[in-house]
Write a protein that binds this ligand. Sequence first.
Ligand SMILES: [Zn+2]
Length: 269
Amino acid sequence: MQIIDTHCHYNLEPLWPEWQKHWVSAQASGVTHSVVVGTNVTTSRQALEIAASEANLRVAVGIHPSEYQEQLETPATFDNQLVSLSEIDTLASQAKVVAIGETGLDYYRLPDDQALQTQIKAAQQAAFEGHLVLAKKHDLPVIVHVRDVGEAAYWDVLALLKKHSLTQPFILHCVSGPIEYVKQALDLGAYLGLAGNLTYKTADHLRSIAKVAPADRLLLETDAPFLPPVPHRGQTCEPWMIAKTAQFLQTELGLNLDQLHANSQFLLD
Ligand SMILES: [Zn+2]
């Protein structure tokens, strides 16, 4: 089994700072390459540090939308350097960087305060647009994070992707959302990132999303240390566990793992 983990956080605790042992066991489980994904300026730098010494690790640099929520909820203690897009712009020129992200919109746990909610959404949207501009400038794919209790974030992401007429590939990482949104995103050229949560008993909806996508648009990811696949729910997701997700996709959804591996190649250049 050969696996490319298209989204992994060796740069986040508890995988960081002892990421090397996790990378070794991931390789023993069939992982050939992995993209280490940044979530702010510090973790994007850490991703570059990690990948510098390993030929088969690549990097995505970007600022997770939740950082903007934290910035607005705790302005007194938040380090604004963490969300500096000009810093991401600088990091994006480095050779190991293969994508911009993760960026996107996360309306999953917004505060009750309506005014603050509006501010958070506006900040996330502006940052997402900023990342799309950087993706064009550096001619890099975009790794998109979208999450919402309702549907708004999904449709807002789609509208902004259309507004910027992105010609670079983009990945809906850890894909979720209404089927109609997924279909429209696929029409725009989306790749769908399939993670460990596909294996959950209650994940019928996610499995139906995987089924509407053409086979050449599906990618595999861990999102480690998050979203451990069955039977490891409740534990830290470690990168080697992607083998469990891969087996599940093969046996339960009939997906071809060689195809998933081939689909991910564009990310490695
Ligand atoms: Zn992630």
